[in-house]
Write a protein that binds this ligand. Structure first.
Ligand SMILES: [Zn+2]
Length: 143
């Protein structure tokens, strides 16, 4: 059975999980927390790299900041998509005020911006908030 690398949203350790076990609420071998919680993982510069480069599952990132009203308005839509689509995709949030290196490296000029990563490479980007229907349609091309 092929195994996939998944990165723990709690301790950011890399785990190997058989592909057919992904839906069985696998637990992290290091911290024993579930590796898919149905909620976006909050990532900083260090943990963003661990997820973007270490995950065999595409990682969709919501770049946001606390002062951004449209970002706060979009947050429930993003969380609902995480609850629906994990473990097909990993959902993560990156605060651009805190993860400044990551925001600069990917040239995030406006927020909210969604970007999706596979094997550390950006494979898609969407600037601006989306409706739930638009978000699900955009994400469907990546899983
Ligand atoms: Zn862990």
């Amino acid at each position: 059975m092929p195994a996939l690398h998944v990165v723990c949203p709690n301790c950011h350790a890399r785990n190997r999980v058989p592909a057919d076990r992904l839906k069985d609420k696998p637990r992290c071998g290091v911290c024993k927390q579930t590796v898919f919680t149905g909620h976006p993982a909050e990532l900083d510069d260090t943990s963003f790299a661990a997820h973007a480069e270490g995950s065999d599952i595409p990682v969709v990132v919501d770049f946001w900041a606390g002062w951004c009203g449209p970002c706060r308005a979009f947050a429930p839509t993003f969380s609902a998509a995480a609850a629906q689509l994990e473990p097909k995709l990993r959902f993560a949030k990156v605060n651009v005020d805190e993860a400044q290196q990551t925001a600069a490296r990917f040239n995030i000029r406006s927020i909210p911006t969604l970007a999706i990563f596979r094997d550390g490479k950006e494979i898609g980007r969407q600037a601006g908030a989306l409706s739930p229907q638009q978000l699900m349609a955009w994400l469907a091309q990546f899983y």
